[in-house]
Design a protein around this ligand. Structure first.
Ligand code: ATP
Length: 452
């Protein structure tokens, strides 16, 4: 029987990661023979604007084949109880088991909504009851939302893969990961474009390592599992590795920006895209954040590119009123200090307005720039005193510093779901079977009570 085990909200800012628990759970299921893997586990990133997320709003589902879904459910609950941060007030885990042959449309729609909007636990519970799913929540049980959304995210249109390697328990909490940056750069150069966002060339920064106290050592993202194993073999690691697992994912697909935003009502925490016309000259505010105003259907929206987006702000500042653009991003909540705004994740320039500069004419006698003496009066040269009633203002078209093109912040400022430039060429839908090496169990026997 095909079964999926969804998990979410197991971690806190102090430690743990749902992907780690998934790794431990897969190991247990395989070792005990309770189930066998039927496909790659899926790491699904949900709406990145949810304020109650710990880090990247990731949830996991594990597709398996088993005769005994009840044991799979019990094992999942046991793994959550042993490893999660539940009970410390920080995590609110959820475990959901689906035995459905086909995922129904309303569950898929729920999952789609969870990518770009705020959904409720009640909606999740209603659906799980409707389809007789086994589920259990801890604390506020909010993790049920992500666990069900992961099951409902089928990655039918596009997907990527990520290899996650885990740290030995004695290193949890030590924020610095011992990874040789030169080897990461080499890996990135050798495997690009089959891998992406591993190394930021501009800042010479390793991007495959998280910086928190969690058990993840590194994560390499790419288009197929073979590329990930090849890339992983190139990276030089200076600390103990406690197994790895390859996940299928919606990271790097930009799927959260598919819905069209409603300019009449910019609801906080939503994500999506909008076509609009720049209506006000862009400006920069304290802290180095760049803004512009644009119009759609008589509604004005503010768009923002924050300081960490680096050179992307330059593009924004080079827009002029009249430019037609499509913006993709998330709605920043209105506050006492500022109104709602779209935080830009991409900018597509569709039409460029003409940048016309208007200047006073040059003096026919001495060649200096003339001065206006007011409406209906002739221009006057302040250098030689010549007055010229036939002279007119000069209108000149200036070259534009932006092109009709797609612009993105640099990789280091991109979100997990942001589609990197290189991925705009084609979506990845090819079926890919489990390959040897997709999963490596832990090398070190886990402690009984493994909380950090
Ligand atoms: P990590 O990336 O380390 O796994 P996290 O950032 O995923 O951590 P969680 O601890 O999982 O953070 O917290 C996110 C919570 O928000 C979960 O309980 C999840 O069910 C819930 N959630 C996810 N998406 C939505 C959504 N669209 N609407 C409402 N709640 C959501």
């Amino acid at each position: 029987m095909r079964v999926e085990i969804g998990l979410d909200d197991t971690d806190s800012a102090d430690g743990m990661c749902t992907t780690y628990i998934a790794h431990r759970l897969v190991e247990r299921l395989l070792k005990t023979g309770a189930a066998e893997a039927s496909d790659y586990p899926r790491l699904i990133r949900l709406n990145p604007n949810i304020p109650w997320k710990t880090r990247g709003n990731g949830a996991v589902t594990i597709p398996v084949r088993t005769r005994d879904p009840n044991t799979a459910f019990q094992e999942a609950c046991r793994a959550v109880e042993e490893y999660s941060e539940a009970g410390r007030g920080a995590a609110d885990p959820g475990v959901v088991v689906s035995t459905l042959e086909q995922i129904p449309k309303d569950i898929k729609q729920f999952a789609e909504k969870a990518l770009s909007e705020v959904v409720t636990r009640r909606e999740a519970v209603r659906l799980m009851k409707k389809y007789n799913m086994q589920f259990r929540g801890w604390g506020t049980q909010r993790g049920l939302i992500g666990a069900l959304a992961a099951i409902g995210s089928r990655l039918e249109e596009d997907r990527t893969f990520e290899l996650l390697a885990f740290r030995s328990q004695e290193n949890w909490g030590v924020k610095k990961r011992k990874i040789d940056p030169i080897s990461v750069r080499e890996m990135s150069l050798k495997t690009h474009p089959r891998t992406f966002n591993s190394f930021d060339e501009e800042k010479e920064r390793v991007m495959i390592t998280p910086r928190g106290p969690d058990p993840v050592l590194l994560g390499i993202r790419g288009e197929d599992p073979e590329a990930l194993l090849e890339a992983y073999s190139i990276v030089k690691i200076g600390e103990a590795v406690d197994g790895h697992m390859i996940f299928k994912s919606n990271q790097g697909t930009g799927v959260h920006l598919k819905p069209e935003l409603n300019p009449a009502e910019l609801k906080a925490y939503r994500a999506g895209h909008l076509k609009c016309t720049v209506s006000k000259k862009p400006w920069i505010e304290r802290g180095g954040h760049a803004y512009f105003e644009a119009e759609n259907g008589g509604h004005t929206v503010t768009c923002a590119a924050y300081e960490p987006t680096g050179g992307f702000r330059k593009t924004v500042l080079n827009l002029i009123p009249g430019d037609t653009v499509e913006v993709g991003g998330s709605i920043r909540k209105k506050s006492r200090k500022h109104g709602a705004a779209i935080n830009l994740e991409y900018l597509r320039v569709l039409e460029l307005a003409k940048d016309i500069s208007i200047s006073n004419p040059l003096c026919r006698r001495c060649g200096r720039r003339m001065e206006s003496q007011g409406r209906g009066q002739p221009f006057r040269c302040s250098a030689c005193g010549f007055e010229d009633s036939s002279a007119e203002k000069i209108r000149a078209e200036q070259p534009r510093a932006v092109q009709k093109n797609l612009y993105l912040p640099p990789p280091r400022a991109q979100r997990h779901l942001t589609k990197p430039l290189q991925r705009y060429q084609a979506n990845n839908r090819k079926p890919m079977n489990l390959i040897d090496g997709w999963f490596k169990p832990t090398a070190i026997p886990p402690l009984k009570q493994a909380k950090t």
